[in-house]
Design a protein around this ligand. Structure first.
Ligand code: SF4
Length: 353
């Protein structure tokens, strides 16, 4: 018997089209999405405003997938890490981070990653496969199920395992369901996608969605960035920043630039000065992420004085600059560490972008 399509792999539009091709009114798509995402009903037979016969037809033709964590780890700082096992046995993680009355969920977009950033353990493990849209959306649904008040989950960041723009179609379809009022209802300004800088895809993202853009930059010159991030040889800093300048930014929104601070490599005041210079005239804010050490890594975290001096250079040049503290260090702060322990993958995994 053929596997039924997973309804969570459809957007409202593609589901309406799929139904129309089967002589079913397209408004049924809206109706079903509301049952699933608003009322959390995961069985067609319970969708009582649809005729019994039609409900039966839906049950035969489509399935509604869910993800339940196989392991949950809670940190003393309140963050929670979920490990999910997918239908092919692969594992992914999401991290729920509480922040003054609301929560942010960091989702994965791929199993593994092909980008090979030198400061990241996920990169070391290599690429396994793209996540389906349903597997991304289900990370959000599972986090909502875990919270006593699902409305407390207000922000979604694509900063977990994988490079989201390398799984472009899957991620954009997931974003559609995350931001659609008939589905998960997150405001576009509450969703952020972080990329290593696939420049042409940044243009596409600006055309196809209205979410926030974050760029994992990590160096202000090509020589240093080449050594840290192989993608820089394909899309060097000038190409990347040119794509950022064309990215459509609604008023009062900024592009976030993430910068992993590594001792002796990119943490000097001159690096900060160069960074301030190359980002002009972009509306940019900067997240500094002191390197989180892992076994076998050749890099080290700078000392506090160096981190603060770097931040001061940027603040003096009027950039909002935050030092991002690592959450959940007692539960394996880095994205992928739980997965590495529970699944047979090589090495530990970490995704700072
Ligand atoms: S930092 Fe992100 S893009 Fe780079 S290797 Fe890690 S997961 Fe991939």
């Amino acid at each position: 018997m053929a596997v039924q399509p997973d309804i969570k792999n459809f957007t409202e539009q593609t589901l309406a089209h799929w139904l129309e091709q089967r002589d079913i009114k397209p408004y049924r798509a809206t109706q079903i999405l509301k049952w699933i995402y608003h009322r959390k009903v995961y069985c067609f037979s319970e969708m009582t405003d649809i005729s019994k016969q039609r409900r039966q037809w839906f049950s035969q033709e489509l399935r509604i997938s869910r993800l339940k964590p196989v392991e949950v780890q809670s940190s003393s700082d309140g963050s929670k890490k979920f490990l999910f096992r997918l239908k092919d046995g692969q594992c992914i993680e999401s991290v729920l981070i509480p922040e003054r009355g609301h929560s942010t969920l960091c989702v994965s977009s791929q199993v593994g990653c092909a980008m090979g950033c030198k400061f990241c353990l996920t990169g070391r493990g290599g690429m396994v496969r793209d996540l389906e849209p349903a597997e991304i959306v289900n990370q959000v649904c599972a986090a909502q199920d875990d919270l006593s008040d699902p409305d407390r989950l207000t922000n979604i960041v694509f900063m977990g395992m994988g490079e989201p723009l390398a799984n472009y179609n899957g991620v954009v379809q997931a974003i559609d369901n995350i931001t659609n009022d008939r589905a998960l209802q997150f405001a576009n300004r509450r969703v952020t996608l972080s990329t290593v800088g696939l420049a042409p895809k940044i243009n596409d993202l600006g055309r196809d969605t209205k979410v926030n853009l974050a760029v994992s930059l990590n160096a202000a010159d090509n020589k240093t960035r080449d050594t840290l991030m192989p993608i820089n040889r394909t899309y060097p800093i000038e190409t990347l920043l040119s794509a950022c300048r064309k990215f459509p930014l609604p008023s009062r929104r900024m592009i976030t630039f993430e910068y992993v601070l590594i001792a002796g490599l990119n943490d000097k005041p001159e690096d900060a000065q160069r960074l301030a210079k190359i980002l002009r005239p972009l509306r940019a804010k900067i997240n500094l992420i002191p390197f989180n050490s892992f076994e076998g890594s050749p890099f080290a975290r700078p000392d506090e004085a160096t981190i603060l001096a770097f931040q001061k250079v940027l603040i003096d040049r009027h950039y909002t600059t935050i030092i991002r503290q690592s959450k959940g260090s007692d539960i394996g702060a880095a994205c992928g560490q739980l997965r590495a322990k529970s699944c047979s993958v090589d090495g530990l995994i970490k995704s700072p972008n």
